[in-house]
Design a protein around this ligand. Structure first.
Ligand SMILES: *Cc1c(COP(=O)(O)O)cnc(C)c1O
Length: 461
């Protein structure tokens, strides 16, 4: 399998090179040249345990890794999860919750980033190279990425988060990791500022090459790949439990990474009747899927900070398919959006999509309802999804809502919803006693570039 850029530039790359590059050199995102049709494999794969299923799916896309190596990477990555099913599916009230938060940092991003950390270590060990990861986080990516690569040889990580705009627990999950290869930068700005700095650094090709930059943001194809697996896993489990021919998914969405993996699963032939995209008040994507206009709004802080995003970096991948896999059309659209802050592609979204917005009042009401009626605590991101997903229930088609974080990560929202401090987790409680390290920086690309250079220089000069 080879990978091409959404913007049409460069030669197709193999999987390993795609993963190391992160972002394509023409500024586009990587996509596989072709999407395999798996409809004939579904029945054979239904009973597989998570790591076996992951191996079957990943080997199609990572065919330049030896099978035994890929198997070891997958097994190691999912051994760090605290549940034997890795991503268990639990029926709660009218929906099925796909619990994606049993990894080390209690958020769904561990599913991809535990794998990516192991993958980087393996590939760099083969090539003898090194990598400096530069990442932006709205909260959960940062800690999951840091836990994916902490203490590893050949890898440094620089993580930018918007100063004071991630939850206190999220901040501690990052800043209490004091391994020498981990650098936390608190940027005075928004998540979009952080994400822009990452894009600027990657688009400065001489800097990118000199510093061996690597990406763990959801622009990295390996993250999408790892996330495709649990759509298959959950659909198989729920189909087995209910006998249903089709399923629906609701995905609380920020950067369009998680739901894009669901879209790929749909393209690969998984019987997904609907993919329901759920946003909070930062609803650019929900507005796009309901009105056809993709138009920038201001970023508003909400109870679900990992979804406080306007420019969704992975949306370009979807637009590429919407453009009929035509890079010239995609380029024109991206230029139009950049110039006007708004884009009307004029092509209808694929039929699998539905969308809606869960506001703060609705989210709090959903958390309260699931606690009082079903004795189940939803984190606020998951609750946005359940709020929107509840508008798309069909008695004959099971609804699988992605549960993207453990509620204890967002204890304040739980207190606001229920009046009680119910959400705790021993891993998080233990963080309070640990020392922290971070550096506050302005939202300025040159400053961050200087820090990266100085840190690398300090070791390799
Ligand atoms: C990152 C995140 C999301 C949004 O995922 P995207 O891939 O950015 O759409 C939702 N919920 C939680 C808890 C997250 O950490």
């Amino acid at each position: 399998m080879r990978y091409i850029s959404t913007r049409g530039g460069g030669e197709p790359l193999k999987f390993k090179d795609t993963i190391l590059a992160g972002l394509a050199r023409d500024g586009g995102l990587f996509l596989p040249e072709t999407v395999p049709d798996l409809r004939d494999s579904l029945d054979a794969w239904r009973p597989l345990p998570y790591p076996e299923l992951a191996l079957e799916i990943m080997r199609l896309f990572a065919d330049d890794l030896p099978d035994h190596a890929l198997r070891r990477l997958v097994e190691k990555s999912y051994a760090s999860f605290r549940h034997p099913d890795v991503t268990p599916v639990v029926p709660v009230g009218p929906v099925h919750l796909l619990e994606l938060f049993h990894g080390p940092t209690l958020a769904f991003k561990d599913v991809a980033l535990q794998f990516l950390g192991n993958l980087f270590e393996y590939v760099l060990g083969e090539t003898g190279g090194e990598m400096n990861i530069v990442a932006a986080t709205s909260g959960d990516t940062g800690s999951a990425a840091i836990h994916g690569v902490r203490g590893r040889a050949r890898i440094r990580i620089f993580v930018m988060h918007p100063h004071g705009r991630v939850s206190p627990v999220q901040e501690r999950q990052m800043t209490t990791v004091t391994d020498a290869n981990v650098h936390n930068l608190a940027v005075d700005g928004t998540f979009d500022d952080c994400q822009n700095i990452v894009k600027n650094l990657f688009n400065d090709l001489p800097f990118r090459d000199a510093c061996h930059l690597g990406a763990v943001n959801s622009i990295n194809w390996a993250r999408v790949l790892a996330q495709i697996v649990y759509y298959f896993y959950a659909a198989f489990r729920v189909q087995a439990a209910t006998g249903a021919a089709n399923v629906r998914f609701t995905v609380p969405t920020g950067n369009f990474g998680d739901i894009f993996a669901g879209y790929m699963a749909w393209k690969m032939g998984l019987p997904i009747d609907k993919l329901v995209l759920a946003t909070n008040e930062n609803d650019i994507l929900a507005r796009y899927f309901t009105t056809g206009v993709y138009s920038l709004g201001p970023v508003a802080p909400t109870l679900s900070p990992s979804m406080d995003i306007q420019v969704a970096s992975n949306f370009e991948r979807y637009l590429y398919y919407l453009a009929g896999e035509n890079a010239a059309t995609l380029q024109q659209w991206m230029a139009e959006f950049k110039a006007a802050g708004s884009l009307t592609p004029g092509v209808s979204p694929h039929v699998c999509f539905a969308a809606g917005r869960g506001d703060t009042a609705g989210t709090l009401a959903t958390i309260r309802e699931y606690w009082t009626r079903h004795a189940y605590l939803l984190d606020p991101h998951t609750a946005v999804g359940v709020t929107v997903g509840s508008q798309f229930l069909d008695p004959s088609i099971p609804m699988i809502c992605l549960a993207t974080a453990h509620p204890a990560k967002f204890g304040d929202a739980i207190v606001r919803a229920t009046g009680l401090d119910l959400a705790r987790h021993p891993i998080l409680d233990a963080l309070a006693a640990l020392p922290t390290r971070m550096r506050i920086v302005p939202a300025d690309t040159a400053t961050v570039a200087g820090i990266v250079k100085a840190t690398i220089g300090g070791k390799n000069a």
